[in-house]
Design a binder for this molecule. Structure first.
Ligand code: GLA
Length: 392
């Protein structure tokens, strides 16, 4: 059997071959969200985990004042004039993978970090556009590599905030803090429960006999623009109506279901339903924390089931293929809980499965989905993993 060379080695070799010098290597993971969907940008609660898919960045210096990024995956090079990345007004996004790299460099420069010229090679195995935060993984690994290159130390919590700025202000996606935060601060064997207003977080041990089985419906999802943006507009409109109608409410996170009902007539039906999902979801994340800490995995699974229904019905952001995956999973041996994960409108489901049955679970899920849809899903058995870190 020929062992596949690790992505670390492939990235280092590609860098040496392309730039003629060895560089320093860094890794940032992707993530899966266990529960707490679309709650982050209104100051709520989320519970994601970093996964053992990730992006490697290799960086070395160059003397011509340029920022040169190479993507091994896309077989493409993107060159930027470093000066343009230091301006307050960012260069026009190019609409490709390099926006996430250039965005991270731009966001660091906005923090006053002086970046010397550099060459960077990026190689990842987080499935692109599947809702597993390939983009945050690229942003965070770029930031970590560039901080080291500039000789500046930054706490991972702060790095997450800077990378969110890259996503919001450079790439132009209205996403929250969850992805960049767990990609920066995740830990092996732990789920990360984050208060998205205070940015306080807890690392919660995941039971060792439970496996995270991620199933990619192969229905494409994109956070930048499109449906994600529509949903966040509907949520913001509801939040603004609540603020006006109930003094003391600053973020949707502060509202109860009773508050929402009182204010129902001051918002659209869509905003009402989207806000109802978020308010009930915040409560589910709190309950999930208690369940996880007390080893009540059946309770955790039930909360995942409810979260999926709320996401499908109130948030209206699932799709038939993903609903089918969740339905099939619920009937398979070893399944503790199943739901959609990430921004929605396709992408992946996350399934908590008894570890001994995880392999068989994945095969049965794939076979039943293929039989019903003709689509060949991808199944990934994942471990909760460490956040971004240097490789050497
Ligand atoms: C995307 C965004 C996150 C979050 C999720 C939904 O992954 O990047 O900020 O809003 O969708 O929970």
């Amino acid at each position: 059997m020929i062992l596949e060379r690790s992505k670390e080695i492939r990235a280092a070799e590609a860098h040496l071959e392309r730039f003629g010098v060895a560089g320093k290597a860094f890794l940032a993971p992707g993530r899966v969200n266990l529960i707490g969907e679309h709650t982050d940008y209104t100051g709520g609660f989320v519970m994601p985990a970093a996964i053992d898919f990730g992006t490697v960045a290799v960086v070395s210096g160059r003397a011509d004042g340029k920022a040169v990024f190479v993507s091994v995956n896309f077989e493409s090079t993107a060159e930027y004039d470093l000066e343009s990345l230091k301006q307050r007004t960012r260069p026009a996004p190019r609409g490709d993978w390099s926006d996430y790299c250039a965005g991270a460099a731009w966001a660091l420069a906005q923090e006053g970090i002086a970046l010397p010229g550099f060459s960077m090679t990026v190689l990842g195995d987080v499935p692109w556009g599947a809702g597993l935060s390939s983009s945050a993984s690229v942003e965070v690994v770029t930031a970590l590599a560039l901080l080291s290159h500039a000789g500046v130390a930054m706490r991972p919590e702060k790095m997450a905030v800077v990378c969110r700025r890259a996503e919001n202000e450079y790439v132009g996606a209205k996403s929250g803090i969850m992805d960049q935060f767990v990609v920066s601060c995740g830990a092996a064997g732990k789920a990360l429960m984050l208060d998205c207003r205070s940015l306080e977080y807890d690392l919660l041990p995941m039971p060792e006999d439970v496996c995270m089985v991620i199933c990619n419906s192969m229905v494409k999802h994109a956070v930048a623009g499109g449906e994600y943006g529509n949903r966040s507009d509907e949520v913001e409109a509801g939040q603004a109506a609540l603020r006006k109608c109930k003094p003391g409410i600053e973020l949707l996170r502060d509202a109860t279901l009773a508050d929402l009902e009182v204010c129902e007539s001051s918002m659209s039906r869509e905003s009402f339903q989207r806000c109802r999902h978020i308010i009930t979801e915040n409560a589910r994340v709190m309950e999930a924390r208690t369940a996880l800490l007390s080893g009540d995995m059946a309770g955790f699974g039930e909360l995942m089931r409810q979260a999926h229904l709320s996401f499908r019905d109130d948030f209206a952001a699932s799709c038939p293929e993903v609903d089918l995956l969740v339905e099939i999973a619920g009937g398979l041996p070893g399944c503790i809980g199943a739901r959609i994960t990430g921004g929605g409108f396709g992408g992946c489901t996350v399934n908590l499965v008894k570890a001994a049955q995880a392999e068989a679970f994945g095969q049965s899920l794939k076979a039943a989905y293929l039989a019903k849809t003709g689509i060949s899903a991808e199944v990934y058995l994942c471990k909760a993993s460490d956040g971004a870190h240097p490789l050497d």
